[in-house]
Design a protein around this ligand. Structure first.
Ligand code: MG
Length: 195
């Protein structure tokens, strides 16, 4: 218990709303996984691709994600990792893709909603690990900008956010550059005084 307090963590209490008896005494940590994939197409009239935005960075690229919102697969997967850790409804349930309100929406809105939900539930993000599978555009020159964007929206230090790029070795749709895929793992910890 003392060690947990020193780490800024709170041990679960039986009276804590939502706590299950078997979790009493355990550190209140929650892990979440987020996944997203968007097909990449040329812009209209040839295809339905939107401008290529990933991790809040706009890339100059001949194809872009097909999606109801701006199609930012990184922001979507991070959003779902946070919501998943909290056992909340997922991004598609909260922001349905048949709702005209979210047509072309800046995905910062979804990520901000997940941040607010995390805070209101009394949790803070310990760290995020983001894996982006994308052949082109080359992500490396923009990695730090994407990390900085995620950290800014979530109110984190850049040292709490990791992002790495993979190519899928030319195999399958992702490897052939016809889609972008993102995996995220998020760790949350309960905080004494949500702020
Ligand atoms: Mg998506």
């Amino acid at each position: 218990e003392q060690g947990l307090t020193r780490l800024g963590l709170v041990a679960d209490r039986p009276d804590h709303a939502g706590a299950v008896p078997s979790a009493a005494g355990l550190p209140r940590l929650r892990i979440g996984h987020g996944y997203d994939l968007h097909r990449l197409e040329p812009p209209p009239p040839t295809g339905r691709g939107r401008p290529f935005i990933l991790g809040g960075v706009r890339f100059d690229h001949p194809v872009g994600p097909v999606g109801h919102s701006d199609g930012d697969a990184v922001y979507h997967a991070v959003t779902d990792a946070l919501l998943g850790a909290l056992c909340e409804a997922d991004i598609g349930q909260i922001f349905p893709d048949d709702d005209p309100r979210w047509d072309g929406e800046d995905s910062t809105v979804f990520l901000t909603a997940a941040r607010d939900r995390t805070r209101s539930r009394g949790y803070a993000v310990v760290n995020l690990d983001v894996t982006v599978v994308c052949v082109r555009p080359k992500l490396a020159p923009h990695k730090q900008a994407m990390i900085a964007n995620i950290a800014r929206v979530l109110g984190l230090d850049v040292g709490q956010v990791n992002l790495k790029g993979k190519t899928h070795e030319k195999v399958d749709a992702v490897g052939e550059g016809r889609a972008v895929e993102v995996h995220v793992v998020a760790l949350l910890a309960a905080i004494d005084h949500p702020g």
